[in-house]
Design a protein around this ligand. Structure first.
Ligand code: ATP
Ligand code: SF4
Ligand code: MG
Length: 333
C-alpha cells in the first residue's frame, strides 16, 4: 500500500539574521488513503512550516535541509516547476491557516471556482466549469444563488466552506487543513468538521489536519502526530489518547491541560515553562527543561524512537521498557 503522503526524515530551516531557525527536525510521517491524521502542537512548534514544505510552498528564507517528501509516491522536490504546477491542487491541496482571507475580495465566488477548474483543465468550457461549481457548492451545502456573491457578502462559516470546496475541487488525494476552523465559533466549527468528514467518506481523500485544539483532533482523526519544537515526539492511535495510557510526557502534559470535570470542579493543569528557542535548541531531549521526568541522560542524549502498543514515542523513559522493565515511573495524578 503506497501512502498518500510520506515524510522521510524531513528537516526545514529558516535562515534569519540571528542564524538558522530549526523549525522542523527529522520528521517521519505517513498518511494513507481514507485516513485523517491530526498534527498538533503548541504555537511555533512547526506545524505550518511542515505543511508548507509538503506543498512546496515555503517562505523565501526556508530550506528543506534533509529528507524526502512523497505524495502518491512522487518526490515533491524532484519535480520540475511545470510538473509541480499540475501536481499541486490536483493531487495535493491545502486549506491555509489564513483561509478566511484566502478568497479574492473583488471576484465573485463563481469566478473563483471556475478559474480553479479552468487553470488546471484548460479544455473545460465555462459552462461545464460552472456546472461543476454548482455541484461543489451543493457538496458543502451552500445554495447556488451565492455563486454571484462576493466573499464579504458571506458569513465566515460560508467562506470557509467555499475555501474547502475549492481545495477539493480537483479531487486531490491529499488535503492538508491548517487550523481550518479556528477562527469560527464552536457551533459552526462543529458543523464544518462534520461536513469535512462526510466529504472525506464520499471521496476517500486523505487529510492532514493541523490544530492546537487537542480534544478536537482526538475526536476527528484516527491517528495523531504530536509535535514539539519541530519534532514529532509521538505518533499515536487517536483512540488511546487519554490519561492512563502510555504516552510521551509532553502528550500527557497536553492531556492534563484539557479542562476536566473532577470533584465537580473544572481542573486545568497547564504545562509549566515555554517551548525552546529554535535558534538554540537544548541538548538531548528538547523537552527536558519542562519535563517532570527528565534525567541526566535526557539533558545529554537525544532519545530514540520506541514502538509501544499503540504509539511511537521519542523518549528515554521507554529505554527501560526495552530492557524489560515495563513499569511506567510513578507519577502524581
Ligand atoms: P501556530 O500554531 O502559531 O500556527 P506553527 O506550529 O504553525 O504555529 P510555524 O508557523 O511552523 O509554527 O513556525 C515554526 C517556527 O518557525 C516558529 O518559531 C516561527 O517563529 C519560525 N518561523 C516561521 N516563519 C519564519 C520565517 N519566515 N523566518 C524565520 N522564522 C520563522
Ligand atoms: Fe522527558 Fe527525558 Fe522523555 Fe524528554 S526524553 S520527554 S526529558 S523523560
Ligand atoms: Mg501554524
Amino acid at each position: 500500500r503506497v501512502p498518500v503522503l510520506e515524510l522521510d526524515d524531513v528537516s526545514v530551516v529558516y535562515d534569519s539574521v540571528s542564524g538558522p531557525v530549526q523549525a522542523v527536525s527529522d520528521v517521519n510521517l505517513k498518511v494513507y488513503q481514507n485516513e485523517v491524521v491530526g498534527l498538533i502542537g503548541e504555537s511555533g512548534s512547526g506545524k505550518s512550516t511542515m505543511a508548507n514544505a509538503i506543498m512546496r510552498l515555503m517562505k523565501n528564507n526556508a530550506r528543506l535541509t534533509k529528507g524526502t517528501i512523497r505524495v502518491n509516491g512522487r518526490d515533491v522536490y524532484s519535480m520540475s516547476k511545470k510538473e509541480l504546477r499540475t501536481f499541486r491542487w490536483s493531487e495535493m491541496a491545502m486549506v491555509f491557516q489564513s483561509a478566511m482571507t484566502a478568497l479574492n475580495p473583488v471576484m465573485t465566488i463563481e469566478k473563483q471556482i471556475v478559474d480553479t477548474f479552468r487553470s488546471h483543465r484548460p479544455s473545460m468550457s465555462y459552462k461545464e466549469a460552472r456546472e461543476r461549481a454548482v455541484d461543489l457548492l451543493r457538496l458543502v451545502r451552500i445554495d447556488q444563488k451565492y455563486l454571484s456573491s462576493y466573499p464579504h457578502e458571506l458569513s465566515g462559516g460560508m467562506r470557509q466552506r467555499i475555501v474547502i470546496a475549492i481545495a477539493i475541487a480537483l479531487e486531490p488525494s491529499l488535503v492538508i487543513m491548517d487550523e481550518p476552523t479556528t477562527a469560527l465559533d464552536v457551533v459552526v466549527q462543529r458543523s464544518i468538521l462534520n461536513q469535512i468528514q462526510e466529504l472525506q467518506k464520499q471521496r476517500g481523500f486523505a487529510i492532514l489536519f493541523i490544530s492546537h485544539d487537542f480534544s478536537l483532533v482526538a475526536e476527528f482523526a484516527q491517528r495523531v502526530a504530536i509535535m514539539y519544537a519541530g519534532r514529532v515526539v509521538e505518533n499515536t492511535d487517536a483512540k488511546t489518547l487519554q490519561l492512563g495510557q502510555e504516552h510521551h510526557p509532553y502528550t500527557e502534559g497536553l492531556l492534563r491541560a484539557i479542562p476536566r470535570l473532577t470533584h465537580e470542579e473544572v481542573e486545568i493543569q497547564g504545562i509549566p515553562g515555554h517551548p525552546p528557542d529554535l535558534l538554540h535548541l537544548p541538548k538531548g531531549c528538547a523537552y527536558h527543561p519542562r519535563c517532570p521526568f527528565a534525567s541526566e541522560a535526557c539533558k545529554q542524549v537525544r532519545p530514540a524512537l520506541h514502538q509501544l502498543a499503540h504509539a511511537l514515542v521519542e523518549c528515554h523513559l521507554y529505554d527501560e521498557v526495552k530492557g524489560g522493565n515495563m513499569a511506567w515511573p510513578s507519577r502524581q495524578t
